[in-house]
Design a protein around this ligand. Sequence first.
Ligand code: TPP
Ligand code: SF4
Length: 304
Amino acid sequence: MSDQRFRHLKDIPSTHIFGSGTPACAGCGGLEVIHQLYEVLGEKTVFINAAGCMTLLSIYPFTPFRGSWLYTAMASAPAGAQGVRDALDILLEQGRIEPSENLTTVVLTGDGSAYGMGLSATSGAIERGLDFIYLCYDNEGYGNTGQQYSEATPHGAKTSTSTGPRGYPGYKKSIFDIWIAGHPAYAATVIGAEPLDLARKIDKAMQFKGPKMITALSPCPTGWGFDPKESVEIGELAVKTGVWPLKEYVDGKVIHTKVPRKRLPVEEYLKRQGRFAHLFNPSRHESTLNEIQQRIDRYWEQVE
Ligand SMILES: Cc1ncc(C[n+]2csc(CCOP(=O)(O)OP(=O)(O)O)c2C)c(N)n1
Ligand code: SF4
């Protein structure tokens, strides 16, 4: 079982197969997650990458990936993954490649694609039972083009397109709930700051054939406004305040893999990030702060 493979942090491979020196920002939480996923999956993995920050990783002739990587338009990564999977299956069936040459097919996409532009292609891939892993690194905005809001942006956050005194007026939607409505083989939320939880989930996902959906909250120093060295701490606070529930969907059931029983006040998370600074200075926006806290409390009351 997966939990036996990764019992302790030291059980997680640390081969550094994901190359260093990428063009991504220092402290990028998305990069942290890709690194951890790649360690668990190994180099027999092909990435199908929707346009976003991570498409800058491979700039010919340089790439941090050991194997293949394909760049698609924002809306099309799951369709690209279908083509790659079909090609591999045909080659396998015709004996033109050995089973040992098979590749794990992974879609890599930001939240702009996952929650918005790519949702239709994703829904189709789930419906067709495509055998792939879908990884959304969720930096809660369109990072590559200057952190415009996306449907993953949290209430009250300032983005380059939500500049009013109260920040983004909308509410982050739950991509996890949207995915599980389609009954994928597996779905999970993860975060780089909880590497053991993440490794166990990737390992468990690999035991299923079909669509395996993973969404990772990805602290983004550039878009969220914090020092790159605080990236892991911000991720830990997202879990400890209950902002980012860690959970998985298996056999039609949702299980929380970590329940923060003594939750820290959400302010501990918000006040560390420039995108929420206007909620504290020059004066406190009590109604917005209360509303954010109440929504988190309501979520966990239903779980506990
Ligand atoms: C249809 C379309 N509209 C706009 C763009 C320009 N564009 C390139 S990357 C990007 C942002 C993508 O945001 P997200 O998916 O959240 O990934 P991130 O940049 O945060 O990694 C945009 C808008 C595009 N490539 N395609
Ligand atoms: S903008 Fe954010 S998500 Fe994009 S590379 Fe920089 S830190 Fe990573």
